[in-house]
Design a protein around this ligand. Sequence first.
Ligand code: ADP
Length: 582
Amino acid sequence: MAVHVFAWPMRATQHVLVIDLMYFVIHINTETFMKSTMQDGPLGLPLLLRHVASVNGRSRVGSFDAQRQRITRSFAELAARAGRLGSALEQRGFGIGAVIGTLAGASPEHLEAYLGVPASARVLHTINPRLHADQIVHIASLADDEALIVDAANLGKFREFAARLPRLRLLVIVGGPLPGDLAASLPYETIDYEALLAEGEPRLDWPIIDEHETAILCFTGGTTGLPKGVGYSHRSVWLQAMSLCTANSLALGSTSRLLPAVPLYHVNGWGLPFAALMAGADLALPGASLQPPDLLALIDAEGSTLAAGVPTIWSDLLAHLRATQRTNLGTLTTIACGGAQVPQSLIDAYAALGVRMLQAWGMTETSSMSAISQTPRWIASADRATQARCAAAQGRVVCGLEARVADLDGALLPSDGASVGEIQIRGAWVTRDYLGLDDQAHLHDGWLRTGDLGTIDADGFISLTDRVKDAIKSGGEWIPSLALEEAIRSHPAVLDVAVVALPDARWQERPGAVVVLTSGHAANSNELAQWLIPRVAKWWLPERWEFVDALPRTAVGKIDKKHVRRLMLERIDAAAPATEPS
Ligand code: ADP
């Protein structure tokens, strides 16, 4: 523990004691420090809505409804409707801090709930409809949901658990009607969303809320285990939105037209709607459909300039463009892509269409994009190795967050671009805890252990090699599954691939690869192994290959490696011969 005493130059009699506990800095000086002359005020949703109403009211949100009719609403209308929602909930006796769940697509109504619920001092809980009903009951009980806003497209899902939410006392239907048999079976009141809004006032006099209170609850996607709950505060939502507006991030402004091709239950729609509202950037919301033809129609209708989404969305869109022989994406110039490793082939394919794809890295726990691969000015004159490393990296941490790398026992490793360890992160929009979990194993000296393995270089570029839970340790050495997948994917016949760890008597673990071939292309395991030989270390070559039509995916569209591994192990246990493409 290092203890430093600094003399404050302005007043020689005052001292600031700084205790540096392995990067954890405690300032002890509360009485003597000169107070600033600045005003103070809570950051958060009320402040955002006041800005929207008084400055960004003419910007607009566009979407298609369930009948594919175009909907357009100005931000001023959105703010007024959000006001009605907050006021109606209050009149119906939902107290301060009451949790209101949503089970809905990315619609303007869902966005109204994003604003009106937290700004009225209630808590929004965005539920992922693709989770299993048991998981939804688990997270809704943990969150203590008292009301649920469900859109017509998700009523089927709602039926699966409708009777299992003991605290629920109001069901709000968007785009109804509620089928009679379902209405009759429910032990709580139901109301149409527009009827609920009509009960409220279009208030803009939002309450003053302590910026540290919870605004939104969001659960992780459950890629590596049970979904875990994170409570974003008003302050963290605000700061994260500001971060997205900065030029080294997405540079959102009032000339941008943003299409978040991201479900609103996934990491707050990556925080993008809040950033757009803050910036006055027009928003295009994809409703219930992230299908390529619908996304293209939205880009064309709304003139989107910037979009964001996980790699699967963009590889599906690319396949659609090729199948329909369309060679441009209209007004779109930039895509922020993250949530999973972004293949270089995808970045290249979009570059050929004139669209710049920025890789980003983030987690539910870090509120959205925590690192982004914007290219610094000096890169053009850097050496080739640095250029290649930066091009392949997940990006550099955004200002306000800090990242470091440590081994799995917590010993810090150098940021030299070579030392592989777990990435740790901290900052004002990184979670400290998980909802309802006392365990602190996810923290190390106050830094969040991300569960991601990788390196950080001297310029701050983060390059991931794996998730800790997916890592392959062969003979004591890690084989980076993301790099191995990238090398396999570079074969022209490979559409997609997942590499997982298989148990091995001699080496403890060896890699196994499950491959999806591009339709109309052929390649067998021998050919793919030959392709790899000049590209990766020999001991990385997969021990076993399987060929499938599609990879299993999680509820947010990521490759489900737990599932892939289980499939492979089942085949190995059954002594089934490895598949080859027919
Ligand atoms: P889940 O943990 O269930 O997948 P999240 O959606 O919060 O839930 O996912 C965060 C994780 O996604 C990160 O910890 C990381 O493993 C992965 N991820 C995010 N962006 C990238 C990226 N650009 N490259 C590789 N992995 C990424």
